[in-house]
Design a protein around this ligand. Structure first.
Ligand code: SF4
Length: 314
C-alpha cells in the first residue's frame, strides 16, 4: 500500500496558509474545545468510526463537534484516488470492507443523538460496487436504531456505475449528495481526470430522475482559480440535471501537501453567488467561506420536506 498523505486524528491548529500568506479576517475562527467537543471525540473514538471532519481536517470541526455532530466516513479511511485538494489518505485498501462498520456508525449516531446523519465515504475503486452495498447497510442500520433520524449520503461517483447508484438510491436517503467539487476545466488538474465532471453530472441526473422523494444536492469549493463565468456555468449544469440544493465554500489547503489556495473569495462574492444560484431555481443555497456540503446540513431538510415532498417514503 502506498500512502502519500497523513490522516489527522486530532484537529490541527489551522489549515496551511499557502502562497497567499495570512488569512483574511473572515477566515479566522477558533478550534473547538470544552466538554461537548470532548464528548464527541470520545464517541468517535469509542465506536471506532472515521469522520471526514478529522480526515479532511475540516475547519468547522470545533463548531460541529461542540454541537455534537459529525460527518461519518465509511468504507475505511484510505481512498483509492488522490485529488490534489484532499488530505484523506490515498492508497490501496485491498478490497477490505469492515462489515461491522454500519452498526458502529449507527450506534455512534445514537450516542450523539444526531437527528440528521450525514454519511460519506472514501472512494473505493477497488470494490466491484464502489462500496454501494456498505452505504445501503449503513442507512438501514441507522434507521433501525435511530427511527427519527433523517439520513443524507454524500457519495463518490462509483465510476459512473448506475447499478451502484441505484443500490444507494433504493434506500431512499432523505438527501442524496454528490459533490461536483470544482468547475469543468479544473477537473483535469485537481482530480487528474477531466471526464469526472460529466460523470458527476450523470450521477446527479440519475438520482434526480429516480425519485422526487429524494433531495438532490451538490457542492463546490472555490478558490482554485476558477472564473466567475465558470462558476455560473457549473451552477447552470447542476440545475439542468435536477440538483435542488447547492453549497459553495472556500477551499482551504488542509496541509502543505495539498494544492495552494489560488484566491480568497470575499463574503460579498459568496453572497452574490448565493443570489445567482437562487435565481436559477435552486431550492436551498448555502454559500460562504466556511460552508461545506455537510456543514449544518440539517437546515434545509425540514423546510424542503414540508415545502416540496410531504412525508418521505422509505
Ligand atoms: S462541516 Fe462537516 S466535515 Fe466539517 S466538521 Fe462539520 S460535520 Fe464535520
Amino acid at each position: 500500500m502506498t500512502e502519500n498523505k497523513t490522516e489527522q486524528d486530532v484537529p490541527s491548529a489551522t489549515p496551511s496558509k499557502g502562497a497567499l500568506g495570512e488569512f483574511p479576517p473572515w477566515l479566522r475562527r477558533p478550534w473547538g474545545s470544552g466538554a461537548l467537543f470532548e464528548s464527541t471525540r470520545n464517541v468517535v473514538q469509542g465506536y471506532r468510526v472515521h469522520t471526514v471532519c478529522q480526515s479532511a481536517r475540516c475547519p468547522n470541526q470545533g463548531d460541529c463537534w461542540q454541537r455534537r455532530t459529525a460527518t461519518f466516513m465509511i468504507l475505511g479511511n484510505v481512498c483509492t484516488r488522490n485529488c490534489l485538494f484532499c488530505s484523506v489518505r490515498s492508497g490501496n485498501p485491498a478490497r477490505n470492507v469492515d462489515l461491522e462498520e454500519p452498526l458502529r456508525v449507527a450506534e455512534a449516531v445514537r450516542a450523539l443523538s444526531i437527528r440528521h446523519a450525514v454519511i460519506t465515504s472514501v472512494t473505493r475503486d477497488d470494490l466491484h460496487d464502489g462500496g454501494a452495498q456498505q452505504f445501503l447497510n449503513t442507512i438501514r442500520a441507522i434507521r433501525e436504531i435511530n427511527p427519527h433520524t433523517t439520513v443524507e449520503v454524500l457519495t463518490p461517483d462509483f465510476k459512473g456505475d448506475v447499478n451502484a447508484v441505484r443500490t444507494v438510491a433504493e434506500a431512499y436517503p432523505e438527501v442524496f449528495g454528490h459533490n461536483i467539487e470544482t468547475v469543468e476545466r479544473l477537473h483535469a488538474v485537481l482530480r487528474r481526470n477531466g471526464r469526472l465532471y460529466e460523470k458527476s453530472l450523470s450521477l446527479l441526473r440519475f438520482v434526480s430522475g429516480f425519485s422526487d422523494k429524494i433531495i438532490v444536492k451538490s457542492a463546490l469549493m472555490l478558490g482554485h482559480g476558477e472564473t466567475r463565468d465558470e462558476i455560473v456555468k457549473t451552477l447552470q449544469d447542476l440545475r439542468e440535471v435536477g440538483c435542488q440544493v447547492v453549497a459553495m465554500g472556500q477551499y482551504l489547503r488542509p496541509t502543505k501537501s495539498q494544492r495552494a489556495v489560488q484566491r480568497y473569495i470575499t463574503p460579498d462574492e459568496f453572497q452574490e453567488l448565493e443570489q445567482i444560484a437562487y435565481s436559477m431555481g435552486f431550492l436551498f443555497v448555502t454559500a460562504g467561506p466556511f460552508v461545506r456540503s455537510s456543514y449544518r446540513a440539517e437546515e434545509p431538510i425540514s423546510m424542503l420536506k414540508e415545502k416540496r415532498f410531504g412525508s418521505v417514503a422509505r
